[in-house]
Ligand binder design. Sequence first.
Ligand code: ADP
Ligand code: MG
Length: 234
Amino acid sequence: MPLITATGLTKRYGRSETLRGASADLRAGEILAVTGASGSGKSTLLRCLAGIVRPDEGAVAYGSERLDRLPEARLSELRRTDFGVMFQFGQLIPELTVLDNVALPLLLAGTARAEAQQRADAWLERFGVRGQAEMRPGELSGGQSQRAALARALNTEPKAVFADEPTGALDSLAGEQVMTALVHACRESGTAVLLITHDAQIAAYADREVWLRDGAVHCGATRFTVQEATRHEV
Ligand code: ADP
Ligand code: MG
């Protein structure tokens, strides 16, 4: 079952056409890797599927809603409640403690402070960064910072996580720790993941892989069906 279906997306920045008729779907509960050369439009595709960027042409369907047509207020609500995002770096707010960073999406969604912090604390513990809860993001290692960012993305129990090169700034051990945490947590909760990566070892965590070339999506291998994949241990 597709969770999000993008059809014929075109996105232009000035005279350059970043997406040219790109189509892709993200199925419920799957981990989809998106690969492609630098500048091929991966981040733009992710932003269109996550309702961050509006395509110039084409449709992005999420359930009965069209993300490409929704008013900004509804898009921003969906981004808070249904979608989680992770980037390569810089997504944690430097002035807040790690715990407050992770609690923030829930606070914005109206959850009481004590509960938001309690849930944040549980994620930090699960991802091995509870000891860093009272620190500022600047005091964390790259891997700790990404595990905290993952905790923040998951704290609202989203339907989908959009991860744009989440291990791109990490060494391979820290990258594996982040991916293991991401994959286990999302398998358990049935959260779909759209994972952009340059790294074949990271893409190997996915159920399915598509690649972008010149703004269009080319189908790659299906590694497992989603049903099989839920039994697949990493
Ligand atoms: P990738 O993630 O595959 O490296 P991007 O989607 O980030 O590719 O971008 C592809 C191209 O689209 C960039 O090289 C740039 O020319 C253009 N682009 C993307 N985002 C913007 C933007 N916000 N403003 C202007 N140009 C952009
Ligand atoms: Mg990118």
